[in-house]
Design a protein around this ligand. Structure first.
Ligand code: TXA
Ligand code: MG
Length: 323
């Protein structure tokens, strides 16, 4: 079992990464499963431990300008503008990679996904390691992302070297993935930075997280329809009622009028705040999944701000056709 350490274990965590180990660490979005980006053996182990297909590339986390430069071959003006505005923070930029970044990290793509996380422990860990950290979310492939150390322990605790516990994640949904190699820039995954905020800087962006490529392969390899899924079947329902004879769970956006007959109820934000709802989403899904239910009924949230990312995760959890 991986040992769990708090901020006092930072040096141990950095040393583990430098020696080729796998360390789960907190970011402001979700917990990541990190390896030193230059270490191909450690990177390969990430794919194994997660059960992640090799065609799905990893995000590279940097803490300073020199690391950013080491990873990219081209850094367009608008990349700098976006970094100035949103880094450190939940925005991942897809740009042309440098030769140094191992192909395993980018799944053979000529591009690399980069971000500078805002969590102080994540930044300190990258600095102390002295290298960028490649890290997917620290969940098994296709399961809901972890937003606290306990989620990581349950999913991956037996297979990794160390868990750095930094408390619950404040944003709660993964970073927005924006491709700058497309014109206009394409959002490959809605996330912690709302589309509206990006469009203030870039003008209109392509909303590419639902459309498949002509090849039939998703543009962002992580866009498999069934993702973030709890084991319990989930349906999105505007006016949910308990289903007779079945243990029905309710994932409500705001305080529901009537919860009678539901076996388990999770309220994302009693006051209807989308940020609060995002921060609580994955923990609520994890709890519902453990409540021994036959079905989870999830109420839709307004598709604005962080609501776009929340609905994206709910649709993937429900494996419904994307709208
Ligand atoms: O908030 C986050 O982004 C978290 C924390 C740990 O930073 N990480 C995360 O990583 O969500 P992951 O591996 O679960 O999702 C990365 C997404 C995937 O959808 C992947 O396909 C996409 O980024 N991606 C990575 N590299 C890419 C590339 N070169 N081109 C297009 N998409 C890429
Ligand atoms: Mg993930």
């Amino acid at each position: 079992m991986a040992s769990i350490v708090g901020p006092e274990g930072l040096e141990q965590a950095a040393e583990t990464l430098r020696r080729g180990g796998l360390v789960a660490f907190p970011t402001e979005t979700v917990y990541g499963l990190g390896a030193c980006v230059w270490d191909e053996r450690a990177i390969a182990r990430i794919f194994e431990v997660k059960g992640r297909p090799r065609f799905d590339p990893l995000i590279v986390h940097v803490s300073n300008e020199a690391m950013r430069q080491a990873c990219v071959a081209e850094w367009p003006e608008r990349a700098q503008q976006l970094a100035d505005r949103f880094w450190p923070g939940p925005l991942t930029l897809v740009v042309v990679k440098s030769a140094q970044v191992p192909d395993l990290v980018t799944a053979g793509l000529p591009t690399v996904a980069l971000r500078m996380p805002a969590h102080p422990l994540a930044l300190a860990l990258i600095e102390k390691t002295g290298a960028p950290i490649a890290a997917p979310s620290a969940n098994r492939f296709g399961r809901p992302s972890p937003t606290c150390a306990e989620h990581v322990v349950r999913q991956l605790g037996g297979d990794i070297d160390l868990i750095l516990d930094g408390g619950p994640c404040t944003v709660g949904v993964e970073s927005t993935v924006l491709s700058l190699v497309d014109t206009p820039p394409a959002v490959l995954r809605p996330g912690g930075v709302p589309l509206e905020a990006l469009e203030q800087i870039l003008g209109p962006v392509q909303k590419s997280w639902t459309a498949a490529e002509p090849s039939g392969l998703p543009k962002s390899p992580g866009q498999l329809p069934r993702h973030y899924a709890p084991r319990t079947p989930l349906q999105i329902v505007t006016d949910p009622h308990p289903i007779p004879g079945r243990r029905t769970g309710l994932l409500a956006f705001t305080m529901p009028r009537d919860t009678e007959g539901f076996a388990h109820v999770e309220v994302l934000s009693a006051r209807g705040d989308l940020r609060e709802a995002a921060a609580r989403l994955f923990a609520a899904l994890h709890r519902l999944d453990e409540a021994d239910l036959d079905i989870i009924l999830a109420q839709p949230v307004p598709e604005m701000g962080l609501g776009v990312a929340i609905m994206d995760r709910l649709r993937r959890a429900a494996h419904m056709p994307q709208s």
